[in-house]
Design a protein around this ligand. Sequence first.
Ligand code: DAH
Length: 338
Amino acid sequence: MLNDILTIKKLAQEEIEKAEGLKEIQELKVKYLGKKGILTVKLKSLASIPQEDRREFGRILNETKVHIEELARKHEEILKALELNRILQTQRIDVTVPGCYMPTGHLHPTTQVLDEIISIFSSLGFSVAEGPEIELDYYNFEALNMPKDHPARDMQDTFYITDDVVLRTHTSPVQVRVMEKNTPPLRVIAPGKVYRCDADVTHIPMFHQLEGFMVDRHITMSDLKGVLEVFIHSVFGPDTGLRFRPSFFPFTEPSAEIDISCVICKGSGCSVCKNTGWLEILGAGMINPRVFEMAGYNPDEYTGFAFGMGIERVAMLKYGIDDIRLFYENDKRFLEQF
Ligand code: DAH
């Protein structure tokens, strides 16, 4: 019996000391100390040995058990410490290493300029309306005083979907849609995408416009001038000159094209303004009584002004960009400058 116990003790000791992982230690504990473990079985077998030896062997067995438990616990601690050390070594975080640069994006220059323009008109009490990009021929042309086969339609190269449906060529149709549903007074801007079958340095098939209009009793051209002056001075600076030039649009009468003094040479003449000192920025006018009639307004009761501008055009003048195609080539070297 004594020899047995000593052999078990020695074996257990060797095995525990060799154990390289916590799992192994766990298994050894079960092997020696568990319910059916070698020492437990031995303890149970005490019943079958003579009474006078039982006490002594019982004591030795219990001491051995305590000894093995203690060994296992100590070895477990060593292994845990080793594991912690390994984790600390391999997962060390050096807080002094410089951080990685995470580039953040920003809004597209078109969106930035559009947001700026919208906030200027909002501050003047204009509300924002939107209309469909796939538009009925009726709203895009007809209700704006451009009947079928009218030569004025040639001003806008249109993508036709069917004979009656087009990709809107301008944001002016929103005027009609808003007037059909609301009664004056109206102070509305309508920003959005427009489409034209057109492509060169100053034209692309999709671009953005912002339409603005104000309808009430006694609205005059001087109201138009006042509103546009606030807008131009906010975007291009308070010293920017403003010029109204007579023009023609079927949906306004009278119509005007509005120029600003050249942002590059300030009016003295340069290549950007082709030595005229002026840059064209938007179209405007007093809403044609025909348009009012078609929207269901009495032209004898109401007057109003309207204007429309290309957002990319405003951005080009603001930032001195000479090719509109740059906006949508998605070259980061261009976009990152804004
Ligand atoms: N819709 C015109 C265009 O796309 C721009 C325009 C001119 C809008 C005069 C207006 C206006 O409201 O009064 O060329």
